[in-house]
Structure formats: structure tokens, C-alpha cells
Design a protein around this ligand. Sequence first.
Ligand code: ZN
Length: 386
Amino acid sequence: MSETRFDTVVRGGTVLDHASGLNKVTDLAIKDGKIAEIGDDLAGSAAQVVDATGAMVMPGLVEGHTHIFEKVSKVGAPQDEAHLRRGVVAAADAGTAGASTFPAFRTLVVEPTVMRIVNFLNVSVLGLIDFRYGELINPDTFNVEDALKTAADNPDVVRGFKIRLSEDVLGDRIVPLLEKAIDLGEQAGLPVMVHIGETALTLPEILERLRPGDIIAHCYTGKENGILDENGAVLREVYKARERGVMYDSAHGKSNMSFKVAKPAIAEGFLPDILSSDTSGRNWRGPVFDLVTSMSKFLALGVPMSEILPRVTTVPAKYLGLDSEGYGSLTVGGPAHVTVLKEVDAVVLPDAAGNTIEAPRLEPTAVFVNGVSHELTAWRGNPEGQ
Ligand SMILES: [Zn+2]
């Protein structure tokens, strides 16, 4: 019997790593929770072999925008079922918790899961608990002192702030509250994520107030005041803001991804910096489902995997400060956070506006966190439910 050098070898998949440029059919070996070796013919010395023939072996997926605060928030999706068991190893919650609800978020969401969870703290102390009642309708809930203290006390989790600029969230106080949010970000030294899509302010009027590192969520929204001009071209101001370091997050969500916007924008070369799903309690059974389904939609929109990969690994990991913890890349000696994805079939997928597209469907076949394999859940878009 040959010597067992590795705990697990993921055999024969196309190993993809944007950070190193690796793109090769080979084996990936795991030992003691770390990536021990990447190279050919390693399976002979493994205690366990996972066959990845025909699949892609990539860094564990990093979800840049989701909502995970089940049972406390009406928009909270189940953390493990809708994320880990669909191939995600690290995720940023986008404003579901505010300063007053953060202690519960930490206890109920961050601590019980093996995923690495960080967040954009809602500028309202309430957070996004019940979408029927805007969290900033009472502007006093934007308590700067509380937000600063929560961020300062929880630097391992709070990586930015979130403001939703919808009129049903903050009434007509769009500009003063946006400016207050940017000022809060400035004081804390953290970025601000700005949700667009139901706002009287035009996108250039929002962009001119953002700093480098601030991020626009829902860049392909089909609602008014989006990224396109009246001729269907991406606004010049959108590119100008990007040149200054403003970021764009696709954040599909229940109502903020339109193929009619994404198609022409992508055709002229406007890709999101971060490809995220905006999974929530309202959409994880469709039309969003999960991050992998959003990746499938971008494949269908003509974006190659080589462009999708960094937007679900290296870029969000770096932006969220998780790259230094070993997320977003496959590094020998680093933690073995690995997702294996396979193209399984072609399906018709909807956007948030009822448009559809035929997409090659990606499906996770294995996920490892610190070298430990976790059970997966079948895709919820199957009518059978499997
Ligand atoms: Zn969201």
C-alpha cells in the first residue's frame, strides 16, 4: 500500500486561480486543512479522492452582497443552505443588520457557521428587518455614534456601511442622508455601499458624491436612473467614477437585474467589479437562487469564465479584506477553501424583470472549507425540487 501523504485529493479538474493565473487540468491535494500541493498524479497518495473530471476547481466562492439574518429579518436567507451548500465559503451581508441588531447578527449568523461572514452595517440602527417599513423613514435611526462604535468594536466583521437610497426607505431626504452616510464612512475609514434603483436622484448625482472604494449596488438595475443613457450606452459618468476608484456590484436581487440593461452594457465592455447575487429571503427560491446561478447568467450574457472568476474570488476577497486570511485564491500552504463547479445542463433563467435567457447552468459538486468537505443542496430551480 502506498504512503498516504494527503487527506484529500481533488483529481483531474481544471484548476483555475486568478491570482496565480493557473488554468490547467491537474490535481489539488489537501492536508491538515491546507492546500498541500497542486500538480499531476497526486491521487495515489490520498486517503480520499474526489473526482473532478470535467469540472472546474476554483478558490472557494466569495459572495460580495447577500442577506443572511434569517428569522430576525424578513429578507434574511438561510446562511448555510443558500450559501455554503451552494459553493460559497465567505460572504458579505449587505445591510441586513444595523448597530442595534448587530449583536444578534454576530451571535446568530457570524458565529454558528463555518463560512467567513463580514458585513456592510446598515446606517440605520434597525437594519433591514422588514422591507415594508423603510429603515430610514425616521431619520433619527441614522445614529452616527452607534454606527461608529459598532464598527470600531467589530473590525473583524464590519467592512463598510450600507444605505438604501429608495424613496420608500428614506422618503425625500435622499441627498442629506447620502451625504451623512459618506461622512460616516469617512470618519470610520470604511467604504459605503449605495443601493440604487428606486431613487429620484440620477446616477451621476449619486456618483459625484462617492469616494474611491465606495460601491454602487445593482449596477444593472432596469429601474429608472440606471447606468444607461437614452441611447442605451453606458453613461460617461459611470466610467469616470470607475476611473476614480468607485466600484460596481451586480447584486441581482429580486428586482434589480435586467438583461435589457446588462446585455448592451456588457457588449460595450462594462462589467461589474464584483459579481454578486444579492440572495435574500425573498429570492433564494427564485429568480436569484444563489451566486452560482448568477454566474451562469453572466456566462449566458457572453462573459467568459476567465472574467467571471476574479469577480467571485480575488476581487471581493480583497475588497472585503479577506485575501490576507487566504480567501479568494488557491495558495499552496494556504487554507483549503475550494469550490468545484461543473457545467451540468442548459436552462432558461429569468432576470428580475421577467426577461429570460438560455444559460449553461453551473452546479457546485464539492465545497471545502479549511479542507473539510461540506454537504451540498440541489439547485432549487429544478421543478422536481430533487
Ligand atoms: Zn441587497
